[in-house]
Design a protein around this ligand. Structure first.
Ligand code: NI
Length: 391
């Protein structure tokens, strides 16, 4: 394959090679030790400063460094999924049962490429770009680990992206406000009373109760949430009983709730508990809800979205306003601390995220590197100017 360059003038084949290496050796959340070592080496090769923060996995690095200038952050997630790969690619995962099925290998390679491109113009940067290679996104834990390590201290704004299989290469999805959903989980246990299957009046049937609860929960989205807003409640697991002729004493079900703003999130979680407890009581049983709190909604800062549109135009790529995704993303956790912009990068993949045949078009690498390099430069300028004006 002939060597080709992206709009920043750097050799893109190097980053395709890096992406493929990461793809061959996927590591799960908080186990990204080898990935971490490789990222440090690759950054070191370009002379990018790696910083010392207390993180077991993940890498924090920096380019630029005018003392009095602003600090902005670019973030990529680095972890893989417990999925058995079925792509048949020449660089498919060599580790059984583990796969970069969400494209975080692409995100990592793109951020390394951006670091290289920014390094080449380091002396002209009007501030500092902090590079966050975040662990454990898939478990929605990594952003908090990065924040707890202190790596976000002093950062004024943060930028990140997710590849998007249903958008063509060269298209960048940029949207102010909600882009991805809060992703909360629930585990409900219904406690009844067991009995002989032929003598139901002697027991309190948790299976009938759980069935009514699950049916009644469908009314929360259809009857309580405004038709102009949206939410999802999905029950994905249901367990009860051990034999055909015994009414068990308990039933358990699990699932997820997705919402796009805090108000609807609180409303749906509140109604969920009322329906579970109320229906259980109507059947003479009791039920408890255990929440698995997920990340809040990804909510983009309007001024930063505008910067994103300008950066896309600068480097000649088309920016569109995408349809929000009901998937969750722990980038949202940073946005609770500082303003942030999360975008979708068109990668024209054959399958959606987390599918065993997930893949992406590597031609999106130069798009991503060109866009984020420009965006970082623009963001530093934006914050520098903003500061001068505010003085
Ligand atoms: Ni992902």
């Amino acid at each position: 394959m002939p060597s080709h360059t992206c709009s920043t003038g750097i050799d893109i084949d190097r980053f395709i090679e890096i992406r493929r290496h990461l793809h061959r050796y996927p590591e799960l959340s908080n186990e990204e030790f080898e990935t971490t070592r490789r990222i440090r080496d690759w950054l070191g090769e370009a002379g990018v400063r790696v910083l010392d923060y207390p993180l077991a996995t993940g890498v924090i690095a920096e380019v630029g460094g005018i003392q009095e200038g602003p600090v902005i952050a670019l973030r990529a997630d680095i972890d893989a999924l417990p999925v058995q790969e079925e792509t048949g690619l020449s660089f498919a995962s060599t580790i059984s049962g583990k796969m970069h099925a969400c494209g975080h290998d692409f995100h990592t390679a793109a951020l390394i490429g951006t670091a290289y491109a920014l390094k080449e113009q380091e002396s002209q940067l009007k501030g500092t770009v902090r590079l966050i290679f975040q662990p454990a996104e898939e478990k929605a834990k990594g952003a908090k680990q990065v924040i707890d390590s202190g790596a976000l201290d002093g950062v004024q704004a943060i930028f990140g992206m997710h590849n998007k299989p249903d958008l063509p290469v060269g298209i960048i999805g940029i949207k102010e406000g909600p882009l991805m959903a809060a992703a909360d989980g629930f585990v409900v246990e219904v406690a009844g009373k067991g009995s002989h299957a032929a003598v139901p009046e002697a027991g309190l049937d948790p299976i009938v109760t759980a069935s009514h609860i699950i049916t009644a929960l469908q009314s929360v989205v259809s009857r309580n949430v405004s038709p102009l807003k949206s939410a999802v409640i999905s029950v994905t697991k249901l367990h009860s009983g051990t034999a055909w002729n015994v009414i068990p004493d308990k039933a358990l079900f699990e699932g997820t709730i997705r919402t796009f703003d805090d108000e609807v999130r609180l409303q749906v979680l509140g109604r969920f508990s009322q329906v579970v407890e109320g229906v259980a009581a109507a059947f003479g049983t009791t039920a408890s809800v255990r929440w698995i709190e997920g990340p809040p909604p990804v909510n983009n800062d309007p001024a930063l979205a505008e910067l994103g549109f300008a950066a896309a135009a600068d480097v000649g790529f088309e920016a569109i306003t995408p349809v929000p995704s009901p998937a969750g993303e722990d980038f949202a956790v940073y946005q609770r601390e500082i303003p942030g912009l999360f975008v979708f990068m068109g990668t024209a993949g054959p399958q959606e995220w987390h599918h065993p045949a997930f893949d992406l078009d590597e031609k999106a690498l130069p798009v991503s590197i060109g866009f984020f390099t420009n965006l970082a430069v623009r963001a530093l300028e934006h914050y520098r100017t903003g500061r001068e004006v505010s003085l």
